[in-house]
Design a binder for this molecule. Structure first.
Ligand code: ADP
Ligand code: MG
Length: 286
């Protein structure tokens, strides 16, 4: 392909809202055969809402939410934002939290009045009481607790982007195999996969941020040319590792910096546009 033709291709990409960082990227885009898609914020809107609070024992839902929001207040994770927004909507005063530390891909810890409070996945607790254990089909469940014990379950949910199913269908029409790759639990991931038309067997769930790029590596070692689509801090290493990293323009800066392509329209169909465009551009100039 001549450089001019490739540049023309990237110009057309810009018109489609697909920002391609350099003409040479079209070449790897053309050879992609596998597309890994992050869940939260990529195939879903990432605008999570709190949909349920279930305390175990005598704790009130309000006190549970208050404690959770107090330690989540500085976190940019969609789960954290849902919790903090809900607390604000209820006009809850948030006690100051100290020594806040993020546990990437699993939650956050902070101390409130000398008590170390944890919010996040069940693995962060020594004990999750039976009445609040197990995933909630309504969404993603995280826990708030202290002393190693989960004291309440908080369920947050966001919606699948309305065009995600169509976008996946277009990727399949282009002959690509799609996988869902998420840190979220298997039950929630399976529900989203079903909604958007990804095969039940093509779901990687419960994948920690430091493991996402290993999934990319494994597929590459099997001879695949891998595109990774993501939006979060937790996707950055996988985006860099992939033959083609594609970031949602609505995502975090680090995801956009790590990617080869940035989608100005937050739609899976834009991924199909980019791949279709690169194939056509190279066909014209070969
Ligand atoms: P995804 O891969 O779908 O974008 P993440 O890897 O960001 O998801 O998060 C995986 C899971 O870790 C979330 O579904 C949630 O259960 C938990 N989690 C991550 N960060 C937080 C946080 N700040 N507060 C509570 N839970 C969190
Ligand atoms: Mg995400």
């Amino acid at each position: 392909a001549t450089p001019t033709a490739l540049l023309a291709g990237t110009g057309r990409g810009a018109q489609l809202g697909v920002l391609i960082k350099g003409p040479e990227i079209l070449e790897s885009t053309r050879r992609v055969d596998v597309v890994l898609l992050d869940k939260t914020g990529t195939v879903t809107t990432g605008r999570m809402r709190l949909v349920g609070i279930t305390p175990a024992g005598r704790l009130t839902p309000t006190a549970a939410l208050q404690a959770a929001a107090a330690v989540e207040v500085g976190s940019e994770h969609p789960v954290a934002q849902a919790i903090v927004t809900s607390a604000r909507e209820r006009n809850l005063a948030l006690p100051p939290a100290a020594n806040i530390t993020a546990q990437p891909g699993s939650g956050v810890r902070g101390s409130i009045k000398g008590t170390q409070v944890t919010v996040g996945r069940p693995e962060l607790f020594d004990k999750v009481p039976e009445q609040i254990a197990g995933p909630d089909p309504a969404g993603t469940t995280v826990y708030v607790g202290w002393g190693g014990v989960a004291r309440a379950a908080l369920t947050v949910a966001d919606g699948v982007r309305p065009d995600s199913a169509h976008g996946i269908e277009r990727l399949h029409e282009l002959g690509l195999r799609t996988y869902l790759l998420t840190g979220d639990n298997a039950a929630t991931a399976a529900g989203v996969a079903r909604d958007i038309g990804i095969e039940a067997g093509d779901v990687f769930a419960g994948v920690r941020p430091d493991e996402k790029h290993e999934v990319v590596q494994r597929l590459r070692r099997q001879g695949h040319v891998v595109a990774m689509v993501g939006d979060g801090v937790n996707d950055a290493a996988a985006l860099a590792e992939a033959d083609l990293g594609i970031a949602m323009g609505s995502g975090t800066d680090i995801a956009m910096e790590s990617a080869d392509i940035v989608l100005m329209r937050p739609q899976v169909a834009a991924v199909a546009d980019a791949i279709h465009l690169s194939r056509r551009t190279l066909r014209i100039c070969l």
